[in-house]
Design a protein around this ligand. Structure first.
Ligand SMILES: *[C@@H]1O[C@H](CO)[C@@H](O)[C@H](O)[C@H]1NC(C)=O
Ligand SMILES: *[C@@H]1O[C@H](CO)[C@@H](O)[C@H](O)[C@H]1NC(C)=O
Ligand SMILES: *[C@@H]1O[C@H](CO)[C@@H](O)[C@H](O)[C@H]1NC(C)=O
Ligand SMILES: *[C@@H]1O[C@H](CO)[C@@H](O)[C@H](O)[C@H]1NC(C)=O
Ligand SMILES: *[C@@H]1O[C@H](CO)[C@@H](O)[C@H](O)[C@H]1NC(C)=O
Ligand SMILES: *[C@@H]1O[C@H](CO)[C@@H](O)[C@H](O)[C@H]1NC(C)=O
Ligand SMILES: *[C@@H]1O[C@H](CO)[C@@H](O)[C@H](O)[C@H]1NC(C)=O
Length: 638
């Protein structure tokens, strides 16, 4: 792959800037009077709808397909905390109806559901359970008993999990009511406004009855319910969602939902459009239902444009990564500014779908999915898109963040800067995201592209800068140059994977307190994203990688992934993957020359080498110190 020389200029100097000195607006000199606020991780949920028929058989086969399971492993192979929740429509169709007992109470088989949540648990992902299913037509066959049946269904799910796995299993789960109940496609139970309200209240009772009884909202085991996951179109067209708000407004203490969830997407693919649409909706809601201002809010489908399956070029490359980052940054700004989004609890990206031919890269997904029908049996190959890498960058933000800052590039365009920190004077960590505009005016001089950042956090520290830039960190571009083959061969897959992680631009020690970073981005194509991290030498050292796992992709090819321990990987530079064929062989570094800031590596040696043997992994930090090795795992191809 070609690499053109980036002319980012990195300048470390002990420049002193006199207090009170005013700078040209194009320069952004940061002084330390920045105010940092606690930064909640509100963007770490992703969602999708499984393909296939909506019944137990259809949803089970979709969710147990090797392609889907490999895709979940990919989602989990991001830095710790990057993706914490997966919101999956019809997930509860995995619960199978068995029979009615003598009292007419349904009995359910949780086998498939258990298997699936076991996998999520192993991957350290938590589900967002949407209470939308009709196992064995239980609900449609007993319309007059729906309230009791829902209460029982929800309670059974909770109690089953508690009995089989203990409370820890449920610790991070989220619960939401039926997705977009006013949309005919989803409202498969033909809810009327009245039956819908009964349903929501029944779900609430079921959640509260599972194990510990509800005493108060502050009670430790209280399970919050999100809803109505609605589109909130005109009141006549979407009566279910609005009626629920009416119910809550009348008596907020009896409101069955704890977090008001809604869906607002952008119109033109921009992040500003998403935030604008959310603000408009919430303002409208609060006008008529002022009591609801008390509830936290969540946009559980906060995407740039509706229609996940519609191919759009921007969704294949760095542009979508930039929009997702901008979406998070603008929501942070809106939350801080104290307006209608002050109570924002979370947003979810509805982009964990499996893309299909011939739209491998262009659908609204995190990964490009290649259905490799030219092998026997067929298999799935995944390539991480820049938007996937963007979620990894966000995971590196500190625990406190400043207001969004704008650095003007010209009169209309600016670079957005989000600074964050963790720790204290004893051991500090700093992470800053720079996000360029998608376009800029023609009158740009080099001077306008210089950003100066004070990196002083300790006398002894080190820094690292990583980039997402068009073409270089753009596997779709690599694929297009090769003629967009439906079955990319091993050479092309490797070339795409080399372009799938952020580009390591620079890393090194900082010797002097009061060092400054000057970034000159004049020659970078737009849009670009940069993550700068600075670590004090006293920051906690890298801990050994956990849960190393090797799974088959196809013959002679494996997906190797592992997980990180929280609070030690902020200063990670890259991982190393080591392999030996048999007990007496020497260890080989099989990831030589790869920048691997995330927790996976796909290995496909060429003949006569095989994937059978022993694997271990370690991290290298920005001080060039290595972590302990993970446990050694042996892999044997069947
Ligand atoms: C950089 O920050 C440090 C500590 O936060 C401060 O003492 C120093 O004056 C700053 N330097 C510049 C050039 O602003
Ligand atoms: C809902 O209504 C549609 C159209 O009237 C009907 O075909 C379907 O069977 C109904 N579904 C249920 C669960 O009653
Ligand atoms: C969002 O709203 C702001 C202020 O009302 C407006 O200036 C901007 O053009 C809007 N952006 C989009 C994409 O709708
Ligand atoms: C850095 O070193 C200087 C000189 O040794 C010392 O005065 C200063 O307090 C140190 N600063 C920090 C933050 O450790
Ligand atoms: C591979 O097979 C699947 C399932 O039959 C099909 O949907 C897909 O379009 C095929 N892919 C290609 C590249 O032909
Ligand atoms: C893949 O295809 C390219 C271009 O046709 C070719 O140069 C390369 O050798 C092929 N790689 C493999 C592993 O077959
Ligand atoms: C780590 O090693 C690289 C490559 O040898 C070097 O460029 C960098 O300065 C080193 N970092 C530190 C903190 O010494």
């Amino acid at each position: 792959m070609e690499l053109w020389p980036l002319q980012l200029l990195l300048l470390l100097a002990s420049l002193r800037v006199h207090p009170g000195h005013t700078h040209d607006h194009a320069h952004a000199h940061y002084s330390e009077d920045v105010v940092y606020h606690q930064l909640p991780r509100f963007w770490t949920s992703v969602g999708f709808c499984p393909a296939g028929e909506i019944n137990h058989h259809g949803i089970s086969s979709a969710l147990t397909s090797p392609a889907l399971q490999l895709q979940l492993r990919q989602l989990a192979a991001l830095p710790v905390g990057a993706v914490t929740h997966v919101r999956i429509h019809w997930l509860l169709e995995l619960v199978q109806f068995l029979e009615y007992d003598q009292q007419g109470v349904p009995r359910y088989d949780f086998g498939q559901f258990d298997n699936f949540v076991d996998l999520l648990q192993q991957l350290q992902l938590a589900p967002v359970l949407e209470f939308m299913a009709n196992p064995g037509h239980v609900f449609s066959n007993n319309v007059e008993h729906n309230a009791l049946l829902w209460e029982h269904f929800v309670k059974s799910i909770i109690n089953h999990q508690l009995a089989r796995h203990g409370a820890a299993r449920l610790a991070n789960w989220r619960y939401e009511t039926w997705n977009e109940p006013d949309v005919h496609n989803y409202n498969r139970l033909n809810f009327t406004a009245d039956s819908y309200l009964e349903y929501v209240q029944a779900v609430r009772r079921g959640l509260s009855q599972g194990s510990v009884r509800r005493k108060s909202r502050r009670q430790q085991h209280y399970r919050e319910l999100r809803g109505p996951a609605g589109l909130f179109k005109a009141e006549q067209r979407h009566p279910l969602c609005w009626r629920l708000l009416e119910l809550c407004e009348a008596q907020i203490s009896k409101c069955p939902i704890d977090i008001l969830s809604y869906h607002r997407k952008g119109e033109d693919g921009s992040a500003a459009g998403i935030v604008n649409a959310s603000l408009l909706l919430l303002q409208r809601i609060y006008e008529d239902y002022p009591q609801l201002k008390q509830l936290p809010v969540s946009n559980s489908e906060a995407d740039p444009v509706a229609g996940w399956g519609t191919p759009r070029e921007f969704q294949s490359d760095v542009r979508y990564a930039a929009v997702l980052l901008s979406n998070v940054l603008l929501h942070w700004q809106a939350k801080l500014s104290g307006g209608a989004l002050a109570q924002l609890e979370s947003i979810s990206h509805d982009n964990a779908f499996l893309s299909y031919h011939p739209h491998e890269f262009t659908q609204r997904t995190l990964l490009a999915h290649f259905s490799m029908n030219n092998t026997q049996p067929p298999h799935a190959q995944f390539i991480q898109k820049p938007v996937f890498a963007a979620l990894g960058l966000l995971a590196k933000l500190g625990t406190r963040a400043a207001r969004l800052e704008q650095i003007n590039m010209d009169s209309k365009h600016s670079v957005q800067v989000l600074r964050s920190v963790s720790g204290n004077a004893g051991a500090q960590y700093m992470a800053t995201i720079f996000l360029s505009p998608e376009q800029a005016g023609p009158q740009l001089t080099e001077f306008h592209h210089k950003y100066t950042l004070n990196m002083s956090i300790a006398n002894e520290s080190a820094f690292i800068t990583e980039l997402l830039v068009p073409q270089q960190t753009d596997p779709a571009h690599v694929w297009q140059l090769a003629g967009s083959p439906p079955y990319p061969n091993a050479t092309l897959r490797e070339a795409m994977r080399r372009a799938q992680t952020p580009l390591l631009y620079k890393s090194g020690p900082i010797w002097q307190y009061n060092s400054e970073l000057v970034v000159n981005s004049a020659s970078l194509p737009l849009p670009w994203v940069m993550l700068l991290r600075v670590c004090a030498a006293s920051w906690p050292k890298l801990k050994r990688p956990q849960r190393l796992s090797i799974v088959a992709v196809t013959k002679r090819e494996v997906f190797i992934s592992w997980s990180e321990q929280p609070r030690s990987t902020q200063c990670l530079k890259s991982y190393e993957v080591w392999f030996k064929q048999h007990a007496n062989a020497n260890w080989q570094l099989i990831s030589q020359d790869w920048h691997l800031p995330y927790t996976s590596f796909q290995y496909a040696p060429t003949l006569p080498d095989s994937v059978n043997g022993f694997y271990k992994v370690r991290g290298v930090d920005v001080f060039n110190e290595t972590s302990a090795f993970s446990q050694i795992v042996e892999y044997l191809e069947l």
